[in-house]
Write a protein that binds this ligand. Structure first.
Ligand code: GDP
Length: 299
C-alpha cells in the first residue's frame, strides 16, 4: 500500500508552502487534492466544511496542524470500518460452517484474482475452501477461476460458460457441505447492464444456497477497482441497489495515487472495507486496517 497516495501528503505540503494559516486558498487547494485523489465530491465537501467550521471556531488554524486534523477527519470517515486484526482475520465463526462468501463485481475489477488470493489466505490459515464459478457469462471468468483454483490447490465447481449461475452455486454449497469444508467462495454476476436481471440472478443464487444453509450467504462481498475513481462509486451504488452488500474488497491500490476511493466509498456507503488488493501476486491481498491506511496516506 506504500505507493497509494504517495503524492497525497506531498501535494498537501505544496499547498501550504509559505502559508502560516489555513485560508480560503489553502482550502481550495485541499479540495482539489481530495477530488483528484478520488475521495469523491460529497465526501470532499464534507471534509472541507468540517475544517472550515474548525477555522471559524478557532479563528485561526495553523497550517502545520492541517495534516493532524485531516488524519482525524479521514479516520472518522473510516470509522464504520471495523478494522480487522490480521491475526484473527481468517478465523471463522464456529456456528457458520461452511462460511459462505458470495462475491460480486463487474468484470475486470479483479474479482477472480481477489477470490484466488482469498482462497490462498484461508488455506494458509488452515481452512478448507471450495470455489464456485457462478459468473458464467464470460468464458474467461470461468477459466480464470479454474486456473486460480489449480494454482492455490482448492476444489472448484464449474459447469462452464452460460451455465445457470444458481445451479453452480447449488452444487458448490452442496459439495462444501458434503466435504465439511470451512469456506465457500462463489464468484457471481459480472454484469450491470440490466439491474433487474442482476437482482434476480443474485437473489436466485442466494435462495439456492439457503436450501443448504438458511443464513447463507454470510458475507456478500463487492469487489471494486480502486484505480477507476468515479466508476467505483457508480458500481457501489448499482450493486447496493441490487442486493445487500456486507463487505468490500478494493483492488489495485498498489500502482495508483488514488486510494481516496476507499475514503469516499466508506463514507458514502457505510460498508466495511475488509480487504485491499495491492498487486497481482497471490500474496498481494491485505486485510484492511484503518489506522495503517491513514498512516500510509500521510507518509
Ligand atoms: P475480473 O474480471 O474482475 O475477475 O478480474 P481479474 O481478477 O481477471 O483481474 C483483472 C486484472 O487485474 C488482471 O490482470 C489482474 O492481475 C489484475 N489485478 C487484480 N487485482 C489487482 C491488484 O490488486 N493490483 C493490480 N496491480 N492488479 C490487479
Amino acid at each position: 500500500m506504500k505507493k497509494t497516495n504517495e503524492t497525497f501528503f506531498s501535494k498537501l505540503g505544496k499547498a501550504i508552502v509559505g502559508k502560516s494559516t489555513v485560508d480560503e486558498e489553502v482550502l481550495d487547494e485541499l479540495e482539489e487534492i481530495l477530488i483528484t485523489a478520488d475521495v469523491g465530491v460529497d465526501t470532499t465537501l464534507k471534509v472541507i466544511k468540517r475544517i472550515e467550521e474548525r477555522v471559524a471556531r478557532d479563528k485561526y488554524l495553523n497550517t502545520s496542524e492541517l495534516d493532524v486534523i485531516l488524519r482525524e477527519e479521514i479516520a472518522g470517515l473510516l470509522e464504520e470500518n471495523r478494522s480487522v486484526d490480521q491475526e484473527t482475520a481468517f478465523t471463522l465463526p464456529e456456528d457458520k460452517k461452511p462460511y459462505v462468501i458470495m462475491v460480486v463485481g463487474v468484470n475486470g475489477v479483479g474479482k477472480t484474482t481477489t477470490i484466488g488470493k482469498l482462497a490462498h489466505q484461508f488455506k494458509a490459515a488452515g481452512k478448507s475452501v471450495v470455489l464456485g464459478a457462478a459468473d458464467t457469462f464470460r468464458a474467461a471468468a470461468v477459466d480464470q477461476l479454474i486456473l486460480w483454483a489449480e494454482r492455490v490447490d482448492v476444489p472448484v465447481i464449474s459447469h462452464g460458460m452460460h451455465a445457470d449461475p444458481a445451479s453452480v452455486a447449488f452444487d458448490t454449497v452442496k459439495k462444501a457441505v458434503d466435504m465439511h469444508a470451512d469456506v465457500v467462495i462463489v464468484d457471481t454476476a459480472g454484469r450491470l447492464h440490466t439491474k433487474v436481471n442482476l437482482m434476480n440472478e443474485l437473489s436466485k443464487i442466494k435462495r439456492v444456497m439457503q436450501k443448504f444453509i438458511p443464513d447463507a450467504p454470510h458475507d456478500v462481498m463487492l469487489v471494486l477497482d480502486g484505480s477507476t475513481g468515479q466508476n467505483a462509486f457508480v458500481q457501489a451504488k448499482e450493486f447496493t441497489k441490487a442486493t445487500e452488500i456486507t463487505s468490500l474488497a478494493i483492488t489495485k491500490l498498489d500502482g495508483t495515487a488514488k486510494g481516496g476511493v476507499v475514503i469516499g466509498i466508506s463514507d458514502q456507503f457505510k460498508i466495511p472495507v475488509k480487504y485491499i488488493g495491492v498487486g497481482e501476486k497471490v500474496s498481494d491481498l491485505q486485510v484492511f486496517n484503518r489506522k495503517a491506511f491513514v498512516e500510509a496516506l500521510f507518509q
